[in-house]
Design a protein around this ligand. Sequence first.
Ligand code: TMP
Length: 392
Amino acid sequence: MNKFFLNLGLQPLANNYLSNLKVKQKKYNLNLNFNTKTKLVSISKRIPSKEMFNNKYPYRSSISQTMTDSFKKLSLEIKRKFNPKILLEIGSNDGALIINFNKNKVIGVEPCSNLANITKEKGFKIFNKYWNFSLARRIKKEFKSIDLIYSANTLTHISNLNEVFSSITTLLSKDGILIIEDPSLLECIKKNAYDQFYNEHIYVFSTLSLVNILKKFNLIIFDLKNLETHGGSTRYYIKRNCNTNINIKQNVKSQINKEIKFGLNKFSTFKKFAINVKKSKYALCELFKKIKQKNKVIIGYGATAKSTTILNFCNINNKIIKFFVDTTPDKSNKFLPGTNIKIKKYNPKFMKKVDYIFLGAWNFKKEIFKKEKKFIKNGGKFITHVPLPRII
Ligand code: TMP
């Protein structure tokens, strides 16, 4: 049974950056639920994929060094450990992972044509389609079976998990490996990172919930790795549970125990989280108010989809945050969804004229701090809301 625990207010589509403030944006109530049976956390309102993932999708996975390094490292691990004849990536975005593979050993699936075209133009085989059963059958006809399927930050964007996993098992070879990575619910709740929730993130997986989902498809997690990406993610290594002796690494059991100890199996944990989120909103608004009373200039850094949740939930406008900077070409000169805050193309010169920077991309704190050494040296300060609203 789904039990409601938090309302994050009316939220526009998180990646729908507007060129013109006159355009009226649709907003949807962002309600979070906990399923007492499966332990799955999800948002209640499902937006049709076509409205979110189309030919204008702005997010580029290659835009940060942290992500390109992470994909490069993973590609080396995949080649060394599994050496797949063919790798299929669901949600290949602009090719951050697949460019590390030989063109005839990798297939991408990417519904956003602006992104699919980037890798197609480089000569990669890309299906510019949504991941579903009919596509899996089409790929099966052409390739028979696939020995490694990979997906990062994508499966949680698809409402019908039954179709997601039955399509995967249709294609995966008997001894095939499925690797998926997504933001970790444990990290999200621990860090009070409620901005992990927005309309694209239909689910935020815990290991507990994923085990329950995979069981139905006779799939089993045999290894996992906790990563720093996206503010704390988990990479799961999965295969068919074919009753032969599968060597399940101890870290799978330890992760489940950690989650139970933290209370991810109990509704009361999410009620507590909801209280902490409301406290965090109040503290962040107070912090901004104090800084603005001193007439200081605040800008935002990294116009993330996560920022949309924060700005709309906390009613932050351009009187508080003057503008955001971001390196993504498709976000430049647009406005953060639901706000009147403009996004400017990143230019280091901006940092000379500001006192405080709100870390929209707090998940890239290390990379950003390294880049902005001068700002910090000159007395500039960052503001974050994770795990508590504070100045750093
Ligand atoms: P994400 O948190 O959803 O991955 O988005 C990160 C955003 O932050 C993306 O729009 C790119 C932006 N960004 C910068 O503008 N400068 C940077 O140095 C980094 C690391 C990210």
